[in-house]
Design a binder for this molecule. Structure first.
Ligand SMILES: Cc1cc2nc3c(=O)[nH]c(=O)nc-3n(C[C@H](O)[C@H](O)[C@H](O)COP(=O)(O)OP(=O)(O)OC[C@H]3O[C@@H](n4cnc5c(N)ncnc54)[C@H](O)[C@@H]3O)c2cc1C
Length: 545
């Protein structure tokens, strides 16, 4: 019997495992579907390309056909190992905009405003560049500057400035707006995942058990009280029990899936799959939001980018030497080294588009191998606060089957128009003098794509995820909310969700650091409630407003 069981060892789950087990009197069990994070591809930043294809460290999901994108089914990678997606992501450290958190608070979520969240960002962080009112030092999550940025990344920043955007060396400081090099979750040139940051020391503690290769299939309910979880390991079903709480941290796809499989969710859907309705909660899986992204790809006239070619015969071994001996060089690249946050028009009060510049010719997440054999660079641009909403539901009552993922991209016509603007803006940046010496032919959209209609068509045919699904167990008090502002599942005892799924609205930035901050705040609230003895008090049931 444990006090707490955490289902999912990702960005949030690792934080919880560490913070809860810091008290030797609290027994914690962390259950992870994937294997331990031993692969060298995880720890070598450039390994992200290999992780995209991994069958063991990546869930490798596909969405349902996209009705507004010619029924394309889009690839949705998610990390499946200790550290979760923080072990397979692009390591960019950003937080979103102050407005995003103040908006969560305005929606009625007490304690989630920007000033409140700043405390958790700072608590988590160790910023090598130094602490400030905005940044922490001494926290577990190492945040570093890139050691060997590519010349294209540096030229992109100059091009952005030439296009009229402010230079910004700190997207998580007083101003988010501008272009610059990203800071990354690296230490000594290596990936610094949530597992590296939060588990390495904690996994030695006798009061923390970590079970890997174990798929949580459902939570166990006794009336309205959650008492444990069932999981599948080596083909056998096993049960573990928690005296205090079960915490779901499986991420925005899997946490709602586990709730649904447990009979917690919209009754009609559960019945359709032959599942007993144990707790009607109609918001489970709804409110799915993601950053839709489009790429403008340019051939590079000089062999400075990360494309594979004859020069790799020299650059490859040099990269290995630089990485292992000097802890720098091209193997320390996080893929998307530079970028920024800009406003698509002066009427926007805050940045509504984000750039990610990769010094590679990319198509379809790098899965289009042919393009990787050319020198080139790709400017991603995504809309930060899309209006379209999708959902996660079940394909099957079988827990080993993937959930049904319907992001419903471009459902809102405004989203398509914003993406058209985004393509034009990206092209303008890439045409600036700072990139002239590198600038070859445009691969995508291609020079035949010029009119707004042609760009709309291009977006529908090519736009893709930039990996930030959130919102499917949203926090709030309306009748579609799944958790309250202490992250307790409405109407049940002993069950919380703590991960990216609780965000009521998508933040305007990358989602790893925000999810780690959610983990920090979640852990603090769990420990506070434990002290008060209020973890046995049923949370408020959602009320329709
Ligand atoms: C390819 C990629 C690139 C990205 N790049 C960036 C970036 O550069 N910067 C950034 O800020 N964000 C980035 N993100 C997003 C960011 O990493 C995620 O938003 C964040 O990691 C989500 O954290 P989480 O805790 O909600 O879920 P995850 O970190 O995905 O963790 C969920 C964990 O739960 C496990 N799990 C799921 N279901 C079960 C189950 N039933 N039983 C047991 N275990 C289960 C999973 O295997 C996983 O380990 C990227 C994501 C991806 C996929």
């Amino acid at each position: 019997m444990y006090d707490y069981i955490i289902a999912g060892a990702g960005s949030a789950g690792c934080v919880l495992a560490n913070r809860l087990s810091a008290d030797p009197d609290i027994r914690v069990c962390l259950i992870e579907a994937g294997p331990p994070d031993k692969s060298p591809f995880i720890h070598t930043p450039v390994g992200i390309l290999a992780l995209m294809r991994s069958k063991t460290l990546n869930w490798g999901y596909y969405t349902a056909p996209q009705p507004h994108m010619y029924d394309r089914q889009l690839f949705w990678p998610r990390g499946k190992t200790l550290g979760g997606s923080s072990s397979t992501n692009a390591m960019i450290y950003t937080r979103g905009h102050r407005w995003d958190y103040d908006h969560w608070a305005e929606l009625g979520n007490r304690g989630w405003g920007y000033e409140d969240m700043l405390r958790y960002f700072r608590k988590a962080e160790h910023r090598e560049a130094g602490g400030s009112d905005y940044h922490g030092t001494g926290g577990p999550l190492n945040v570093a500057r890139l050691r060997s940025p590519n010349p294209i990344s540096l030229a992109f920043v100059e091009a952005g400035v030439q296009a009229g955007y402010p230079r910004n060396d700190d997207f998580s400081g007083p101003e988010q707006e501008g272009v610059g090099l990203y800071e990354v979750t690296h230490k000594n040139g290596k990936r610094w995942s949530a597992a590296q940051a939060y588990l390495r020391e904690a996994e030695q503690r006798p009061n923390l058990d970590i079970i890997t290769n174990a798929l949580v299939t459902r939570v166990l309910l006794n009336g309205k009280r959650v008492e444990g979880v069932e999981f599948l390991r080596d083909g056998t079903r096993q049960v573990v029990r928690a005296s205090a709480e079960v915490i779901l941290s499986g991420g925005a796809i899997n946490s709602p899936q586990v709730l649904l499989l447990s009979g917690i969710g919209p009754g009609e859907e559960l019945q359709r799959h032959g599942l007993e309705v144990k707790h009607e909660l109609k918001g489970v899986g709804r409110n799915l939001q993601d950053h839709l992204d489009v790429l403008v790809v340019q051939r590079c006239t000089k062999p400075v980018t990360y494309g594979f070619g004859l020069d790799s015969l020299y650059r490859g071994p040099k990269g290995i030497y630089d990485f292992f001996v000097k802890k720098q060089g091209m193997f320390t690249t996080n893929g998307a080294e530079a970028g920024g946050f800009i406003r698509s028009s002066p009427d926007e009060p805050i940045p509504d588009l984000q750039f990610h510049l990769t010094a590679m010719c990319l198509d379809n997440h790098g899965l289009n191998t042919r393009l990787l054999f050319q020198h080139g660079y790709s400017l991603h641009v995504c809309e930060l606060r899309p209006k379209s909403r999708g959902y996660i539901s079940l394909n099957s009552a079988d827990p080993t089957q993937a959930a049904h993922i319907q992001p419903n991209y471009l459902e809102a016509p405004e989203d398509l128009e914003k993406m058209v603007k985004a393509v034009k803006i990206a092209r303008n940046v890439l045409a600036q003098p700072a990139l002239k010496e590198y600038c070859g032919d445009e691969v995508f959209p291609g020079k035949q794509v010029q009119s707004d209609d042609e760009i709309r068509e291009f977006v529908r045919r090519k736009a893709d995820t930039i990996y930030h699904p959130v919102g499917t167990c949203k926090m709030g008090n309306d009748d579609m909310a799944v958790v309250d502002d202490r992250l307790r599942v409405h109407g049940l005892e002993g069950l919380r969700v703590v991960d990216a799924s609780i965000m009521p609205t998508l933040v305007g930035g990358n989602t790893n650091a925000p999810t780690i901050a959610i983990g920090e705040k979640g852990a603090e609230m769990i420990l506070e409630d434990r002290k008060r003895g209020s973890d046995t008090v049923p949370p408020a049931v959602a009320v329709a407003q």
